[in-house]
Design a protein around this ligand. Structure first.
Ligand SMILES: [Ca+2]
Ligand SMILES: [Ca+2]
Length: 509
């Protein structure tokens, strides 16, 4: 879990407590509003030695692979030691892998809304899973709509938007996510009798099926009915027939979401008894401020451990990730044999991270690295160099303006992220701005190369040094020596993103 990526880090950059100037401070405080006005950009020139594998097409196609609920258990990220993700590792090695990428919010709907609108949760007002972004921000132009409006052929299969908050009309070819989701027998639910013996009805998971979500095991269902198998088959048939160019194709995976159920042949590749458990410090929660406990459910972890389910759950999640990787590999193999292989940008990112016991927590919706950190890799013909790795803090908000930039479309001034092109061209270049993630209203994480700063709505704080404490066990926020650096990091958060003390109460996720 704590292994370093296999490629040496690039230029080290941190927010130092020294050398602060008034102009620096003002610059940071203006950052969010500047990008909101579309004024920000990185002035980093590509290095002349960067080798271009292919000529850069004028309007390249885009293949966008959006993973569901994925911890950073990927070989290319030095993730879980038992993980098997050869296809995604190979894709990462063909382009630029970002090792310090974060979601905009560690919950499905606000994360996907931020990705698809290119705007922060505080701008859209979409913080929760039941916020219908189409009603809240009806005039915002989503990424697929923007590409459609600029004469791209838009295709999608699988989960792109959260729940029912879909945009049917922006897709030239649309494969209904619901219609391809969970055919009978795929995930053999046993209402009231979850396989793991943990009879949980998780908040937000509905009624009759609630106990089935916090579940794991193997299925003997024919693979032809597995959701991801069918979604990839549909896309592969389109690729085989040839697509109208330029196109924007989305594949949203069903895995690795709970319930962690994979075909038996996949599950059997993982030895349950010997699987490596995530590292957990038994006293880890002792130094957390009260607000942290609004977002965690340590009793779930106790029940998993006491029920002797931890090994099984970890092995099952590794299996679902492995199966997800297989399906991505099937799609990429077809894509590589298509006429589009050399003029298509491939992006792969997860909607947010995932806890499997770290900090005694399960699932997501925390401000720590397990929830914030996502795999992100970009292969851009003529722009990225095979095998390149970037350690700068980036956010999935950056992908909308990045794709607009790489596809030579006019910039969308409503985008608040920044184009990653300078980092794709030169991964060692420095990005001054941190990556900011927001959990519900008023709770934020500010992440730089070195620091992970957490600011809760009531003013509670946490600070971790990413360089020496990758597990985030040692909360430095109570040490006055770190007050200057915390103030600097806090200054990246616009004042109006932080509500009056105790104004915000947690809501169902
Ligand atoms: Ca999700
Ligand atoms: Ca701790």
């Amino acid at each position: 879990m704590s292994q370093e990526p296999c490629v040496p880090p690039g230029a080290v950059h941190d927010v130092s407590a020294n050398d602060e100037t008034e102009s620096d401070l003002m610059k940071r405080r203006q950052f969010i509003r500047n990008v909101s006005a579309g004024a920000a950009g990185l002035a980093v020139s590509p290095l002349p030695f960067v080798q271009k594998a292919n000529a850069q097409p004028t309007h390249p196609n885009v293949l966008f692979i959006l993973l569901e609920d994925a911890p950073n258990w990927f070989g290319c990220l030095g993730g879980h030691p038992d993980t098997m993700t050869p296809n995604i590792d190979e894709l990462a090695n063909r382009g630029c892998l970002f090792t310090n990428a974060h979601c905009a919010s560690p919950i499905c709907n606000p994360s996907r809304t931020a990705l698809l609108t290119g705007q922060y949760p505080n701008t859209t007002g979409v913080f929760y899973n039941d916020d219908d972004w189409r009603e809240i921000i009806p005039n915002v132009v989503s990424m697929p709509r923007y590409f459609l409006d600029h004469d791209y052929f838009t295709v999608r299969s699988g989960k792109v938007y959260h729940g029912n908050f879909d945009e049917r009309e922006v897709w030239n070819q649309y494969i209904d996510a619901k219609a391809t989701h969970n055919l009978p027998g795929e995930e053999p639910y046993l209402p009231g009798h979850p396989w793991n013996g943990l009879n949980y009805l998780l908040e937000g998971d509905g009624d009759a099926t609630g106990t089935q979500f916090f579940n794991w095991g193997a299925t003997d269902a024919p693979e032809a009915i597995m959701t991801d198998f069918r979604r990839v088959r549909n896309l592969n048939e389109m690729l085989q027939d040839g697509m109208r160019e330029p196109f924007l194709m989305f594949y949203g995976t069903h895995k690795a979401h709970f319930p962690a159920i994979a075909p038996r042949r996949v599950m059997e590749r993982f030895n349950i008894a010997e699987v490596t458990l995530p590292p957990v410090n038994p006293t880890d929660l002792d130094d957390l401020p009260p607000s942290a406990f609004n977002f965690i459910e340590p009793w779930h972890h106790e029940d998993v451990v006491n029920g002797k389910q931890w090994h099984k759950a970890v092995a099952a999640y590794l299996a679902t990730i492995h199966y997800m990787d297989e399906m991505v590999g099937r799609l990429l193999n077809q894509f590589d044999h298509s006429p589009h292989a050399n003029n298509t940008i491939v992006v792969l990112v997860a909607d947010h991270g995932f806890h499997l016991g770290e900090k005694m927590h399960w699932r997501k919706a925390t401000l720590w690295n397990e929830s914030s950190s996502v795999i992100m890799t970009v292969l851009a013909p003529g722009v990225t160099t095979p095998g390149s790795v970037c350690h700068q803090p980036v956010n999935m908000l950056d992908l909308y303006p990045t794709l607009v930039d790489l596809c030579n479309l006019p910039a969308n001034p409503a985008n608040e992220g920044q184009s990653l092109r300078p980092l794709l061209e030169n991964p060692a270049s420095v990005r001054e701005e941190p990556s900011i993630m927001t959990l519900e209203a008023g709770n934020h994480a500010v992440i730089t190369e070195q620091w992970h700063y957490i600011h809760y709505a009531n003013g509670d704080r946490e600070l971790y040094d990413r360089n020496v404490d990758p597990q985030q066990w040692d909360n430095l926020a109570t040490n006055p020596d770190y007050e200057p650096i915390m103030q600097q990091l806090r200054d990246w958060i616009p004042d109006d993103w932080i509500p009056p003390t105790d104004a915000i109460a947690p809501r169902a996720r």
